[in-house]
Design a protein around this ligand. Structure first.
Ligand code: BGC
Length: 380
């Protein structure tokens, strides 16, 4: 006869070993939620931290859909926060250059802060010289979003908001939904969807400032950048595209082969001068409509690698040329000029005034859908 007690003891022992071996070494994927602070009108804002079983952690607030931190391991397995930002909501409520923010309705610039749609002229806030930048005075980055946690193996946070007809001058009631998911292969995936009840224009992006060495750890000039683009959209002195799609061949904008960001950033080149470095939209080489590789960045020092995949036609490569160390960031660190880079996946700037660019018009009955993936790994 079999010894039942022996079998139970054996199973119990195996369970204990399993629990100790598994749960202790392997972090559990999940979502933590805590109060982040209060807005001026008294509204409570929260911070959600998504963790995967590799130990990657991403903190996102429902204020502006801002990505507050991304902690990923370096070559030695040591985690580091690779995005610029603040420790508390107060920092984000103050003046800052869109750290980590969800930008809308129209990310990037619209020339002369106006556009025409269906024979009607729409006037926007001129908040960047003569132009409108990143959705106006109170864009999507400065609004409280409704949050819903989606737990599971791939923890996610859904953010929704209704942008009313006329908000910041844009037509149509726009229902926007953004889902941030943390995958098991150390990627932050962002799915954007939207519908409208009137013709409108739309261009949504995320404005994270990355430094793969860790935020506050100097400049990003030695990071190596690959951008999968044969062409870029040259700009005028107010950073509005001229309408031309220019080849990158023989210019400081040729990143088809991985090149240190700093190698040509101060080149004697009119486009570089207009941007005070890189602040340009690249026309992505795409194969079909799905996700395709837009950029790959490597920090040779820490070994961290960031790959950006997207369904979008363009990407703004911005090298933090306007950062000047004047805003104290996380732990009181200062973020100096070029201490981070942004890779903002997008439609081309000023598309509403450039009929030759891919259209940013969204009509009733249509559904806007874009996806961008920021995937992290390490090089040897
Ligand atoms: C723009 C920069 C701007 C930055 C912060 C980027 O998307 O291209 O010119 O300074 O956002 O607003």
């Amino acid at each position: 006869m079999r010894c039942l007690t022996c079998t139970y003891s054996l199973l119990l022992a195996l369970a204990i070993i399993g629990a100790a071996g598994g749960a202790v070494d392997k972090p559990k994927s999940g979502i933590e939620r805590r109060t982040f602070g209060k807005m001026a009108d008294g509204k409570t804002i929260e911070l959600f931290t998504l963790t995967n079983s590799q130990g990657m952690r991403v903190a996102i607030t429902n204020y502006g859909g801002i990505v507050v931190s991304i902690a990923v391991p370096d070559r030695e397995g040591k985690p580091g926060d690779v995005v610029l930002g603040f420790d508390n909501l107060e920092g984000y409520l103050g003046k800052h250059p869109y750290f980590g923010a969800l930008v809308g309705r129209y990310a990037n610039r619209i020339g002369n802060a106006r556009f025409e749609l269906g024979g009607v002229e729409y006037k926007l806030a001129a908040n960047n010289g003569p132009n409108s930048l990143h959705g106006g005075v109170q864009g999507f980055d400065k609004r409280a979003w409704t949050a819903r946690e989606i737990p599971g193996e791939q923890p996610a946070l859904e953010l929704t908001r209704l942008s009313h007809d006329g908000e910041e001058g844009y037509p149509g009631n726009l229902h926007a939904k953004v889902v941030y998911s943390l995958t098991q292969d150390n990627a932050l995936r962002i799915d954007y969807t939207a519908t409208t009840d009137k013709d409108t224009v739309l261009n949504l992006t995320n404005h994270s400032y990355f430094n793969l060495a860790g935020e506050g750890k100097g400049d990003i000039l030695k990071h190596e950048m690959m951008i999968n683009a044969d062409r870029f959209t040259p700009i005028d002195s107010t950073l509005i595209p001229t309408g031309e799609l220019r080849t990158v061949e023989g210019t400081p904008f040729d990143f088809r082969k991985s090149t240190p960001i700093g190698a040509r950033i101060d080149a004697d080149d009119e486009q570089i001068k207009f941007g005070k470095g890189y602040d340009h939209n690249f026309v992505l080489n795409r194969a079909g409509h799905g996700l395709s590789l837009a950029a790959r960045v490597t920090d040779p020092e820490s070994g961290r690698v960031l790959e950006v995949l997207t369904t979008q036609p363009g990407i703004q490569f911005y090298t933090g040329n306007f950062l000047d160390g004047s805003i104290p960031g996380k732990g009181g660190k200062t973020y100096g000029r070029r201490s981070a880079f942004c890779l903002e996946t997008q439609h081309f700037p000023d598309s509403p005034n450039k009929p030759s660019f891919p259209s940013t018009v969204l009509k009733p009955g249509e559904s806007y859908h874009q996806t961008t993936v920021y995937r992290f790994s390490v090089s040897k």
